[in-house]
Design a protein around this ligand. Sequence first.
Ligand code: NAP
Length: 309
Amino acid sequence: MQRLRVGLVGIGKIARDQHIPVLRDNEKFELVAAASRNTRVDGIANFTDLAGMLSACPDLDCIAICTPPQAHFAAARLALDAGKHVLLEKPPAATTREIALLAAHAARRGLALFQSWHSRFAIGVAPARAWMLERRLQHARILWKEDVRVWHPGQQWIWQAGGYGVFDPGINALSILTEIVPQEVLVSAARLEFPANRQAPIAAQLKMRTEGGVPILAEFDFRHTGVQTWDMEFATDHGSLKLALGGSQLFIDGVAQQPVDLRGEYARLYARFAQLCAARATEVDWRPMQLVADAFLIGERATVEAFSD
Ligand code: NAP
C-alpha cells in the first residue's frame, strides 16, 4: 500500500521529540516536507510557510500541525482548503469557535481532521477506561506539577493570551479524565494564578464534579521543582486506580499493571490518524478544552509574583 505523504508544520520541541522520529519509522506515512519560519529538517523539502509547501508539493496527502494553538486555525483551514487531511496537536485551537468551525469545515469537505490528544494514547489509558466502566467513582484527584523552565524553555507563546499557560500540559490530564470517567465532567469552581507580567496562568486549582456530583480536584502548577508529577488517582466502590507519568504507568490497588512505556504513544496516535485518513473521518472532542474555557469563565483570578525565564 502506498504510504500517506505528510507535511509537518511548526518544527519545535514536539515535532523533533515525537513526530519526526515516529514518521521516519512508519509503514503508513512518509515524511516529505516541513514548513517552519526559523528552522529546517534534514533530508526533506523545507519551506518557511505552509502556503509555500502546499503550492510546491501538491501531492501531499496530509498535514500535521505542531505549532502553538494560536496558529492552529489559520494553518488547518489552509490545509483543508487545499484538500489535505489534517492532524492537529493539542490544545486544539485558541478559541472554542475555531475548533468548532474547523470540525464543520473538514466534515463538509469529506476530509480527515484528527484533533489529537496524545495523552489518550498513553499505554495505561485504555485499560484504565475499561476498569472504570465497571465501577462507581467516589472521588478523584489530579496532580499535574512540572517545572516550566525545564519543559518549556523559551516558549514565549505559552505565556501569551491564547497560550494556555499551565493548562498547556494540564489539558493532557483533562483529556485523560474525559476519556476514562464514564460520566460527563463539569467545572464547579476554579482559581487561576497569573504572574504579574504574563497573560496566562502559572498555576490553577479546579474543583470539578461529574454530572452525578462526584468530586474531582485538580492542581496544576508550573513552578514545581524536584520530582515532576503527572498523576491521577481515582477511588471507586471496588478499589483504587492511579495513572502516573501522564498515563504511561497504571496502578490498580497500588499494584503496577504493566511495564512503563513512554515510546509507543505517538506511534499509536499516528496509527489512529491513518485510520481516519482512510475513512476520511473527523475526530474532534473538545470537552477538555471546554473545561479549560469554563475555568477561565468562572475562575477567581489571583495575581502572583512576576515570572522570569
Ligand atoms: P515549540 O517548541 O515552541 O515549537 C512550535 C514551533 O511552531 C516553533 O518552533 C515555531 O517554529 C512554530 N510556530 C509557528 N507559529 C508560531 C507562533 N505564532 N508562535 C510560536 N511558534 C510558532 O512548541 P512545542 O513544545 O513543540 O509545542 C507545540 C504544540 O505541541 C503545542 O500546542 C503543545 O501543547 C503541543 N505539544 C507539546 C509537547 C511538548 O512536550 N513540548 C507535547 C505534546 C504536545 P518556527 O519559528 O520555525 O516557525
